[in-house]
Write a protein that binds this ligand. Structure first.
Ligand SMILES: Nc1ncnc2c1ncn2[C@@H]1O[C@H](COP(=O)(O)OP(=O)(O)O)[C@@H](O)[C@H]1O
Ligand SMILES: [Mg+2]
Length: 319
């Protein structure tokens, strides 16, 4: 059985006047199965959003300089990428407060999608909109449909956004920082909803976040992204129980609530390199507490058995 999403050796370049100016995605290979929630985690600037946009087929022409992305076994041609993916992949962006157009009601905006993509007439379109608002557990769907965005809370807006993303029955839902703008308790409710929808609809979910706490609660597997590469990949429980890449360990150490008196809360020093063209060897080496000279020479491949892989020649060396 082929995976729902199969990303092979993806490389994304930004080109200016014929010269490659940045390479924010550098050889990512990942799969997402039906009914699976895959967490993509890493600090801001690691390439998470670009990866999501690549899966959607929304990057500018030519930005994907190497590799391929097959959706549901199909490799869309570069030209047809948008039309092929539009109906199988949907995305929900970070800020529900700005994702909707403020001058139209939620219902009008959802109706638009239904009319454009499914060609439904008024009554049937309205019925479908209400069905999906109900699906995301919004109480009083009629009232929500007739509300303007500013009349709803952040949590309700995010539910409505998810409903809108599901209107055309996608097989893959990408959630890009879906809870970052929300309170902790509301964020938890949204994650619970995502899991319920996954169970009910059997969709594959790519959950993109900088927050390892979010992935640890909601995801079946975790891909840790650093500087445009997957540096650790595995079942959530395996990665959390035995994080092998120093970057993953750093993210865990910086997670409030996990630290104990003998394991203090610690920030990872430094920041993600803004441009990756000049990097040789492991991009994390300059920030890594256990790096050796060899780390600056070759960029290690992702390796490991039983589904838990890590890209580090120092994996397993205590910090
Ligand atoms: N138009 C662009 N031109 C050049 N570099 C870009 C452009 N857009 C994004 N980038 C770079 O790509 C990297 C990854 O960005 P992004 O995918 O938004 O990261 P994340 O979502 O993980 O925070 C960043 O370092 C950013 O500077
Ligand atoms: Mg982002």
């Amino acid at each position: 059985m082929s995976a729902l999403v199969e990303i092979r050796d993806l490389e994304v370049d930004f080109v200016s006047r014929g010269t490659v100016t940045n390479r924010p995605i550098r050889g990512v290979t990942l799969t997402l199965g039906a009914g699976e929630v895959l967490g993509v985690v890493g600090e801001t600037g690691c390439g998470k959003t670009l990866m999501g946009l690549a899966v959607l087929g929304m990057l500018p022409r030519g930005a994907v300089s190497r590799g391929s992305i097959a959706i549901d076994g199909r490799l869309p041609s570069a030209r047809g990428a948008r039309s092929v993916r539009g109906d199988v992949v949907s995305i929900v962006f970070q800020n529900p407060g700005t994702a909707f157009n403020p001058v139209f009601t939620i219902g009008q905006q959802m109706n638009d999608v239904v009319a454009r993509h499914l060609g439904l007439r008024r009554a049937a379109a309205r019925e479908r909109v209400l069905t999906y608002l109900r699906l995301v557990r919004l109480p009083d769907p009629d009232r929500v449909a007739d509300s303007y965005p500013h009349q709803l809370s952040g949590g309700m807006l995010q539910r409505a956004m998810i409903a809108m993303a599901l209107l055309c029955e996608p097989k893959v839902l990408i959630l890009d920082e879906p809870t970052t703008a929300l309170d902790v308790t509301v964020a938890k409710q949204i994650l619970d909803l995502v899991l319920q929808l996954r169970d009910e609809l059997g969709i594959g979910v790519l959950l993109v976040t900088h927050n390892l706490g979010v992935v640890s609660e909601a995801c079946d597997r975790i891909a840790v992204l650093y500087a445009g590469r997957v540096v650790e990949l595995g079942e959530t429980s395996d990665v959390l129980a035995s994080p092998s890449h120093p970057y993953t360990r750093g993210l865990l150490g910086a997670l409030p609530g996990r630290h104990t008196p003998d394991m203090p809360l610690e920030a990872i020093r430094g920041s993600v390199p803004p441009n990756l063209l000049a990097v040789t060897g492991c991009a994390f080496a300059d920030r890594c507490p256990i790096a050796v000279d060899a780390c600056r020479v070759t960029d290690p491949a992702l390796e490991g058995g039983s589904g838990h892989e890590v890209a580090c020649i120092r994996a397993g060396v205590p910090a």
